[in-house]
Design a protein around this ligand. Structure first.
Ligand SMILES: Cc1cc2nc3c(=O)[nH]c(=O)nc-3n(C[C@H](O)[C@H](O)[C@H](O)COP(=O)(O)OP(=O)(O)OC[C@H]3O[C@@H](n4cnc5c(N)ncnc54)[C@H](O)[C@@H]3O)c2cc1C
Length: 303
């Protein structure tokens, strides 16, 4: 089906916002990338389910977007349908005395405001991660304080055929920054274990993590966070630093002088600039340390 016909069909679904030719750069923290042919934002799980059913019959590439904080989008953009999970599918609620239910479109910053105010412990490790909970599931987002899978009980979402499913954590093959969500599965909700605690103690832990990150990472500049996964027992940032690559540039992209594992868009960087810089970093780290770096950031819209 042509994208014009497809978007007309999608527009008939109640509770689905549909836009065409949408620049993706501004929907990512890197601020890089061309347009999506179609971008849909479901305002309810039912709208998402209906969209997924329609898309399962159309031969068109589909990708899922949260807060775009772990993505490098190609300069050509994405010639297909982007499903964006935002705050309409967000929110934090108490599901049981030791359970929090959190919508996939909820940002970590909102989760942390909730646990600090209400006094819940277990999720403080998310302090400073700029993504949504849906993105955190897909990437098993984590910090030195813990990772998303540690406290996860199950996720609910819509599969590629448009069926609503609940998947227990044990079925999801969580590992370092990865998991085995079924292809095309869109997470809409998450259930975590957590305990009641003194709000002041929770806040002190969160503020401590935030202060550490402000000191060690270029948080305020456009980036996608860590570009490479840490090789087993090593720090990618340290290997990059030791190879003398901090401050290395390509077009508008620069290896952060603050943290070697961050590439910064210092203004007008293209995805091609970033890819060239990634290639150079990989070659030099391999030559200097004999270590092959693997991408942590996910590529969208590349062949
Ligand atoms: C300054 C900075 C600091 C960062 N620090 C950390 C850190 O400390 N630890 C860490 O782990 N990461 C970190 N990141 C990376 C990023 O924030 C995480 O990977 C985050 O979990 C991505 O969430 P997102 O909503 O932005 O997902 P996106 O970047 O939009 O998407 C990431 C992946 O998740 C998939 N996805 C998104 N939403 C859903 C959904 N609802 N259902 C199914 N799949 C979905 C996408 O298809 C894509 O494959 C950092 C990034 C930045 C810019």
């Amino acid at each position: 089906m042509k994208t014009a016909d497809l978007s007309t069909e999608l527009e008939r679904i109640e509770g689905l916002r549909v836009r065409t030719d949408v620049p993706l750069g501004r929907l990512t923290t890197f601020k890089i990338g061309g347009p999506a042919a179609v971008l849909v934002t479901p305002e309810s799980v039912d709208a998402l389910r209906d969209a997924r059913r329609l898309l399962s019959g159309a031969e068109v590439p589909v990708t899922i977007l949260g807060n775009g904080s772990n993505l490098l989008v190609s300069d050509a953009g994405f010639d297909g349908v982007v499903i964006r999970i935002g705050s309409s599918l967000g929110g934090v609620e108490v599901a049981a005395p030791d359970r929090l239910r959190i919508g996939a479109g909820t940002l970590w910053s909102k989760v942390l405001r909730f646990v600090m105010k209400e006094g819940w412990t277990g999720l403080e490790f998310g302090a400073g991660i700029p993504g949504t909970l849906g993105g955190a599931i897909a990437t098993n987002a984590g910090t030195r304080g813990g990772a998303t899978a540690d406290r996860l009980i199950d996720v609910v979402g819509v599969d590629a055929g448009g069926e609503i499913q609940t998947l227990p954590v044990a079925d999801l093959g969580f590992r370092y920054r990865r998991c085995d969500l079924p292809a095309g599965f869109v997470v809409t909700g998450t259930l975590f274990s957590a305990e009641r605690d003194d709000p002041a103690r929770v806040e002190a832990t969160v503020r401590g993590y935030q202060a550490e990150r402000r000191r060690d990472q270029p948080e305020r500049e456009p980036s996608a966070g860590c570009i490479f996964q840490n090789p087993p027992g090593e720090s990618a940032g340290k290997l990059i630093d030791l190879a003398g690559l901090k401050g290395e540039t390509e077009g508008g992209a620069i290896v952060s002088p603050i943290h070697g594992n961050f590439i910064i868009n210092r203004g007008g960087a293209t995805a091609a600039d970033v890819l060239k810089l990634i290639e150079r970093v990989c070659e030099r780290v391999l030559a200097e340390h004999g270590v092959e770096l693997e991408l942590e950031v996910r590529k969208v819209g590349f062949d």
